[in-house]
Ligand binder design. Structure first.
Ligand SMILES: [Zn+2]
Length: 199
């Protein structure tokens, strides 16, 4: 049974989020994602443009609140919030948009496993792969700043494609859903239909 067709209170909530509140929920989620991105881009600027030593490059907020960039708990929670958001908002996407959103979810799931490994090491002080600091699987090959820029990019790009396609459904996708974003696309399409000449 799909999340939208189930009838428990929880699934009713999920159904509401994916229909009436999809656009608002998507906006809130995107705000969180973009705020996180801004921190990673600020860190990249500090490392590559300002040439700061990497431990000092903690992003914009991290300059004032250093624990933001060093807390593995915070990194892990953010990765988890991403998964919850991607899962919760997924039923609202249909067709091509659903495929791209699912790609983002799958990649984020692996990204989250990497952060789980980092969190376990930070808590136990047992460092994997011969590291002297918490070290994730792909970090054995790539430096951490670059690696997480890459992870955030390969999650963000399919998300953006999904949102783009979600706002521009084809006829079949339009018929398959009833979320608030699609409602906008539907009314926009009706308004732009070449039925009456402009005055
Ligand atoms: Zn929507």
């Amino acid at each position: 049974m799909s999340a939208l067709s189930a009838t428990s209170p929880r699934s009713l909530g999920i159904a509401t989020i994916n229909r009436r509140l999809h656009r608002q929920a998507l906006n809130v989620f995107m705000f969180i994602v973009l705020a996180h991105w801004a921190e990673h881009l600020a860190q990249a600027y500090q490392v590559w443009v300002l040439d700061w030593p990497r431990p000092a490059a903690r992003g914009a907020l991290g300059q004032f609140l250093p624990w933001l960039s060093t807390s593995e708990w915070l990194h892990y929670w953010y990765a988890l919030v991403m998964i919850v958001g991607l899962v919760l908002l997924r039923p609202g996407f249909v067709g091509r948009a659903r495929v791209w959103w699912t790609v983002a979810l799958a990649i984020q799931f692996w990204h989250h496993i990497e952060h789980l490994l980092l969190l376990v090491q930070a808590q136990t002080h047992v460092f994997f792969f011969g590291g002297t600091v918490p070290t994730s699987v792909a970090q054995t090959v790539f430096p951490r700043v670059e690696l997480h820029l890459f992870y955030n990019s390969v999650v963000f790009i399919p998300m953006m494609i999904a949102v783009y396609l979600h706002q521009r459904p084809n006829e079949r996708e339009l018929r398959a859903t009833s979320c608030s974003c699609i409602h906008r696309a539907r009314t926009g399409r009706a308004a732009s239909a070449p039925s009456a000449p402009a005055a």
